[in-house]
Design a protein around this ligand. Structure first.
Ligand code: PXP
Length: 252
């Protein structure tokens, strides 16, 4: 059976927030993703609210019929949002205010007491808990020891090696293959410990194939590349529609 796909729709909200207006609607985006066959919707509510807003989570909770996975930092502020909205899953991620995107996995080993307390409160509320970690055994084992139910393996190092110039050189291809092996071994280890295994970050139409073959990975969270492609698959029609309106207006 192939892995599930949760579509991360943060960047629909990024466009909306660029104008602080109501479009594009992330609710419409979520519905279209579900209609297209996505198994779930993922959003990341950040401390700085650069894309997803509190109200988005409330609305998505009402509208998403598949699976709502909310990524958040392990803070009291975020815990309250989780408790108030009860998504199907919470994915704990690291966060620093100046980063462009999530930079690597959460250091569960270093932050064990904070993460353990958050995991307990989420699980007591009946929420499934995932943690975004680098493919490192110590991180995975620590997750398992504190009650995390799923690890999402960070694929950004692999993804970086498949981009542009790095991918074009033999050394890059070899390193990418090594990184696939590291992710594979981590997935097998996590699965062996009884954890569910997800993967994500930086995945694209071009680099997903090598990871899709790892049977222990049962879920992918993919955003930027899908939303980027959607701009081009939809742009032609969007321009045609505007030309139609202009011509229609000119003819009355
Ligand atoms: N998984 C996690 C934990 C993330 O933080 C993100 C980015 O929000 C993704 C997956 C999706 O990454 P991308 O947008 O590069 O597909």
């Amino acid at each position: 059976m192939s892995a599930k796909l949760n579509v991360n729709i943060d960047h629909v909200a990024t466009i909306r927030e660029a104008r602080k207006t109501i479009e594009p609607s992330i609710i419409t985006a979520a519905v279209i993703c579900e209609q297209a066959g996505a198994d779930g919707i993922t959003v990341h509510i950040r401390g700085d609210r650069r894309h997803i807003q509190d109200r988005d989570i409330e609305l998505l909770r009402d509208v998403v019929t598949t699976y709502l996975n909310v990524e958040m930092a392990a803070t009291e502020e975020m815990l309250k949002i989780a408790m108030d909205t009860k998504p199907d899953a919470i994915s704990l991620v690291p966060e620093s205010p100046d980063e462009i995107t999530t930079e690597g996995g959460l250091d569960v080993v270093k932050n064990i007491s904070v993460v353990r307390a958050m995991v307990k409160r989420l699980r007591d509320a009946g929420i499934f808990v995932s943690a975004f970690v680098d493919p490192i055994n110590e991180q995975i084992e620590t997750c398992q020891s504190i009650g995390v139910q799923q690890v999402e393996l960070c694929t950004s190092e692999y993804a970086d090696l498949t981009l542009g110039a790095k991918a074009a050189h033999g050394e890059g291809t070899m390193k990418a293959a090594q990184e696939v092996k590291r992710i594979h071994d981590a997935a097998v280890h996590a699965h062996g410990l009884g954890l569910k295994v997800a993967a994500g970050h930086g995945l694209t139409y071009r680099n997903i194939g090598a990871l899709a073959g790892i049977s222990e990975i049962t879920e992918f969270n993919i955003g930027h590349n899908i939303i980027s492609r959607a701009v081009f698959t939809g742009l032609y029609r969007a321009v045609e529609e505007m030309i139609d309106r202009i011509r229609l207006g000119a003819s009355v």
